[in-house]
Design a protein around this ligand. Structure first.
Ligand code: GDP
Ligand code: MG
Length: 371
């Protein structure tokens, strides 16, 4: 590091900026929180804390976000399956649609009787895979987006043909628009006598979703989740829209992605469902997940099978973490366990410190009073 601000260095050292300012003052340097410190000043402070500059900074700059931006070459890129979220008003048929898709597409042999729930699943259509997030769509969008995670490539908005556009329908549209993901409308409950798809289309037009037949560019698919009708057309449309998006990833690189859900299991410890967004995740990989870390001990796919590796857009459930991460947390695979551990520990520490400093914030004013 050639230069760091007082605030940045304080963060790296897990200290309050005010403490650093005080220390600098003792060392004869007058500094403010935003002041840039040169290499000498950084070394001076680190020496005072008994921290070796190289070591401490090397570890702390290994930020998860920077791993997300890892450069990959064009040749490494391969097509990846789209990740789809289903949203809509309560009782309009989101769960029924997810079930219907799973049942029509997961073959009996694969399902092996009981399909365990891991919060996401994949289906295969015309030799192409589609990943569905099985968590409540709104939650997926709100909690994950609040944490800056973008996991969805495409949103399906379910509207019951007998009920029309409702408050959560509008909310769902707004979420999808804010996330800049393409929307496909599934007009559900078409089997009902009272179904009125024209009304749904009319109402959605007012929210900027205009059907192709009416000169717009939104795809509407009439379905009955209950009867399993229109599901194949819906899946084909998903593939069509995904192809336009040219979704790519590099299976060759080490894995990165986002936590879909996680919990503590009595027998297995911390269990996390991860969506691999790029790269390939392997059993044994040293990994940092949010503030947790460890080695991938076991990996299970969406149909409950043990797998040794998993590529882009695949949901997997892993064990082996020292702590339970949160939905929306990022994960990154590291070269070696030592680095994963130190980054994990440092992140956990930063989180604790952040909580603490929220509680006992020292302002510059009262700092100088103290002095
Ligand atoms: P969610 O709240 O959006 O997840 O809605 P659900 O999938 O739980 O469905 C709410 C109710 O609508 C349930 O009683 C379903 O059986 C019913 N339902 C869902 N899809 C259809 C459909 O295509 N046709 C009919 N007639 N009922 C449906
Ligand atoms: Mg539901």
């Amino acid at each position: 590091y050639e230069s760091l601000s007082v605030a940045e260095l304080a963060k790296k050292l897990h200290r309050e900026p005010s403490e650093l300012i005080k220390k600098l003052f003792m060392l004869g340097v007058m500094a403010t929180i935003n002041q840039e410190l040169d290499k000498d000043a950084i070394e001076l402070i680190c020496a005072d804390y008994g921290v070796e500059v190289e070591e401490e900074i090397r570890v702390d700059i290994t930020d998860l976000e920077t791993h997300f931006e890892q450069e990959v070459s064009e040749e490494e890129l391969r097509e990846r399956p789209p990740v789809v979220t289903i949203m809509g008003h309560v009782d309009h048929g989101k769960t029924s649609l997810l079930d219907s898709i799973r049942h029509t597409k997961v073959t009996d042999g694969e399902a092996g009787g009981i399909t365990q729930h891991i919060g996401a699943y994949q289906v295969e259509v015309n030799d192409k895979k589609i990943t569905f997030l099985d968590t409540p769509g709104h939650a997926a969008f709100t909690t994950m987006r609040a944490r800056g995670a973008k996991v969805t490539d495409l949103a399906i908005i379910v509207v019951a043909a007998d009920d029309g556009v409702m408050p959560q329908t509008v909310e769902a549209i707004n979420h999808a628009k804010a996330a800049e993901v393409p929307i496909i409308v599934a007009i559900n409950k078409m089997d009902k006598m009272s179904a009125n798809p024209d009304r749904v289309m009319q109402e959605l037009t007012e929210h900027g979703l205009v059907p192709e037949d009416w000169g717009g560019d939104t795809i509407f698919v009439p379905i009955s989740a209950l009867k399993g009708e229109g599901i194949d057309q819906l899946l084909e449309m998903i593939l069509l829209v995904s192809e336009v998006g040219e979704l790519k990833a590099s299976p060759a690189r080490s894995a990165i992605g986002t936590v879909i859900e996680a919990q503590l299991d009595k027998g297995r410890g911390s269990v996390a469902t991860l969506l691999i967004q790029d790269g390939t995740l392997r059993v044994g990989d040293p990994i940092v997940v949010g503030h947790a870390y460890g080695r991938v001990r076991a990996m299970v796919n969406d149909i409950g099978r043990r797998v040794k590796d998993a590529g882009p857009s695949t949901p997997v459930e892993i064990t082996g973490l020292n702590d339970v991460p949160q939905a929306g947390d990022r994960f990154v695979v590291f070269e070696d366990e030592k680095t994963a551990r130190s980054v994990g520990e440092s992140r956990a520490m930063t989180a604790i410190q952040a909580q603490r400093s929220e509680k006992q914030r020292v302002t510059l004013d009262n700092l100088f009073e103290q002095m």
